[in-house]
Design a protein around this ligand. Structure first.
Ligand code: FMN
Length: 260
């Protein structure tokens, strides 16, 4: 009896049954939790969009807050809004050669860019545009940084920045999550008076006497490579290859609106 329990055939049978039971449990959990995982991811994204825009308060009703956030799709080349299916995913499109192109030159390590990106527009209760929120990403030191850059309705003044995913070192590159560093971005301007791209994260602190302080952000000490990555990715996404043409249209619309 003891011999048959310890037989090779029985060992294989028991191992197979244990594997089968575990596989059923894991796949049931995976399928059953798929919707919850999707909801959690969406919620996390929404919190980060609101956070970058400076519109997030802990404990707020996310569903209600997000009713005033509109998602639009933008063709990078023309900077014009285009219609896309609700489930369009720019990151997935970037992996599809038919819907994307290689980035060249590629100072921010982006590799492929979809033809169509997304923007989020935050509207006030009175129906006025409050923020333009751009998804941004690019390479730091160890990882790709994913975040949002929020602009004021003039499409030139920064309202906030935040990263929701990166693998930089806590205490060094990870300090891009530090609210005190992020606060420096508030009010900085993308363009100089000639309309040229002027925003820049520099190495070290911005000197007191610098005449172009309104465009400069202090680099994080001990994290020059990560902060140079942030510099490059921000300049890429607000520049000509990124949302530049779109922001140009928004600036025109803002000026027309101010003039009336
Ligand atoms: C374990 C370890 C982790 C590091 N992590 C980062 C990082 O996340 N971001 C970064 O820019 N530099 C990081 N560095 C430092 C870089 O290697 C480099 O020295 C630094 O970016 C130079 O910045 P500094 O000129 O401000 O000193 C790390 C270094 C070590 C040894």
């Amino acid at each position: 009896m003891a011999g048959s329990r310890d037989s090779i055939a029985n060992t294989i049978r028991v191992s197979f049954l244990v594997c089968l039971v575990c596989a059923v449990v894991v796949s049931t959990a995976s399928v059953g939790l798929r919707e919850a995982q999707h909801d959690n991811r969406m919620q996390y994204r929404q919190v980060n969009i609101l956070r970058a825009a400076g519109l997030y308060e802990p404990g707020m009703d996310l569903r209600e807050a997000f009713q005033r956030i509109e998602r639009r799709f933008v063709e990078f080349d023309t900077g014009r809004y285009v219609d896309m299916p609700e489930d369009y995913d720019p990151m997935r499109a970037a992996r599809d050669p038919a819907r994307s192109r290689p980035v060249a030159p590629d100072p921010a390590g982006i590799r492929r860019q979809p033809h169509v990106g997304e923007v989020y527009l935050a509207w006030s209760e009175a129906g006025e545009l409050e923020r333009i929120i751009l998804p941004v990403h690019g390479y730091g030191l160890w990882s790709t940084l994913y975040g949002f850059l929020a602009l004021q309705p003039d499409a030139d003044t920064v309202a906030g920045i935040g990263f929701f995913e990166h693998g930089e070192t806590p205490g060094l590159g990870g300090e891009i999550d530090n609210p005190r560093w992020q606060a420096i971005w508030d009010g900085k301007r993308l363009l100089d008076d000639d309309g040229d791209l002027a925003i820049r994260v520099i190495k070290g602190a911005v000197p007191d006497g610098a005449t172009n302080r309104e465009h400069l952000i202090d680099g994080l000490s001990g994290a020059t490579i990560t902060t140079e990555g942030v510099n490059r990715l921000v300049r890429f996404w607000v520049g000509d290859q990124g949302y530049g043409p779109y922001l140009e249209h928004r600036r025109d619309a803002y000026r027309d609106n101010e003039a009336t």
